[in-house]
Ligand binder design. Structure first.
Ligand SMILES: NC(=O)c1ccc[n+]([C@@H]2O[C@H](COP(=O)([O-])OP(=O)(O)OC[C@H]3O[C@@H](n4cnc5c(N)ncnc54)[C@H](O)[C@@H]3O)[C@@H](O)[C@H]2O)c1
Ligand SMILES: [Zn+2]
Length: 366
């Protein structure tokens, strides 16, 4: 399987991809090289990556044999100011300094909190992401957006702080639970909808016709998703314009995730985005004339891969109240990314509240 080590963003960006040398060996070399030699290393894990991934990392990256590790709660609970404060205290107690490096071994929650902590500690120290989920590999670990949740609203406080390197080792995916794999497939669909119709069609065929998710085939899309994300981030690191396209599915998705997490039952981020994507593709057909076939193909895959919640009228109003909080809004308009067609996103499309209700109610009726 492919191994990638993405090293240093902007201008000096390098993607090392060599099938004969694993990305973990490249990471080892990097950590033994001059800029890291002698630096204190801290590995961030959650309970699952402690069990499934840390032993592999330590056995293959000898440079980390003296690293300390810190465990954060599993999932969104890790992304809080309280956890950040505990980690800053633990770093101080362990003698971390400006030269130290944090290695985030985990999914998007671990890299979001680890990046946040690195951005704040001593006004910014280095960090490396070693994503262990599909969402992490194709999206969360790349691009330097770090965040914590506040009052149950997603990603309300954060920094842009780029990782020094991103080390992608797809074998970590072998122990992922199906729901987390499905989450990653929906985020992957988002990326392919933004850039490549034939790849999107192939993903739909693969993911909606199988009894068991074909992990090896799904993993073949990782390099394309990584390249796409990297190129978008490089052209707009601080999300002033083009980078906003990556929020496709997320205006609805984040609100659905926050609402369900607080009022109903927690749902993985990628599954909320999958639902959000359906709502936004529905509005893309209605408002921008996107092909209905694209919408239907997507819906087929979405509903094939997992059972999804249904929304009542009360849920719709609850989700809408979270959408009003969304940080992508300017003034009182709710702004959203929609598609004219695959590969042709339009940013900052203003939605009125009845259009949002319509899309959410349409979702519930599927
Ligand atoms: N910063 C960004 O640009 C960006 C982009 C996309 C998503 N995100 C964020 O990422 C988060 C979602 O990412 P996620 O789904 O990776 O979340 P996650 O970190 O919660 O991982 C999902 C689950 O998989 C488990 N896990 C991780 N690796 C495993 C492995 N190899 N084997 C077994 N279990 C494993 C975790 O413990 C967790 O239970 C959300 O908070 C989202 O907002 C951030
Ligand atoms: Zn996402």
């Amino acid at each position: 399987m492919l191994n990638i080590l993405l090293q240093g963003f902007y201008m000096k960006t390098k993607i090392l991809n060599n099938s004969r040398i694993s990305s973990l060996s490249k990471l080892n070399r990097l950590l033994l090289s001059e800029p890291y030699n002698g630096a204190k290393s801290f590995i961030l894990v959650d309970e699952n990556t402690y069990t499934h991934c840390l032993p592999v990392l330590i056995s293959k990256v000898s440079a980390l044999e003296n690293a300390e590790f810190f465990e954060v709660p599993v999932g969104e609970e890790a992304k809080s100011l309280e956890v950040a404060a505990q980690l800053w205290g633990a770093l101080l107690d362990s003698g971390a300094d400006r030269n130290s490096v944090i290695l985030n071994l985990g999914g998007g929650c671990v890299s979001d909190i680890g990046g946040f902590v690195a951005a704040g500690f001593k006004r910014g120290i280095r960090y490396i992401n070693i994503p262990t989920t599909l969402i992490g590999m194709i999206d969360a670990a790349i691009g330097g957006k770090t965040a914590v949740n506040v009052e149950n609203a997603k990603n309300q406080v954060g920094f842009f702080h780029q990782p020094e390197a991103v080390c992608i080792y797809p074998d970590f995916l072998d122990t992922l639970e199906p729901k987390d794999l499905v989450s990653g497939i929906y985020e992957m669909a988002k990326t392919l909808l933004l850039c490549d119709k034939s790849a999107f069609d192939r993903l739909v065929r693969l993911a909606s016709g199988c009894v068991k998710i074909p992990l090896k085939e799904i993993a073949t899309f990782i390099p394309q998703c990584v390249d796409f994300k990297k190129s978008v981030v490089e052209s707009d690191p601080c999300e002033k314009s083009i980078r906003k396209i990556l929020n496709l599915g997320h205006t609805f998705g984040h609100a659905i995730e926050s609402y369900l997490n607080e009022k109903v039952q927690p749902i993985p981020h990628g599954i909320a985005v999958g639902i959000g994507l359906k709502c936004e593709l529905y509005l893309s057909v209605k408002k921008l004339g996107m092909s209905e076939k694209t919408y239907e193909d997507y819906c087929r895959m979405l509903h094939y891969l997992c059972e999804l919640p249904k929304f009542t009228l009360k849920d719709t109003e609850g989700i809408l109240s979270y959408m009003r909080l969304d940080k992508k809004n300017s003034d009182s308009l709710i702004l959203c990314v929609l598609l004219q067609e695959i590969g042709a996103p339009v940013i900052d499309v203003a939605l009125d509240e009845n259009e949002i209700r319509d899309a959410l109610l349409k979702f519930g009726k599927f």
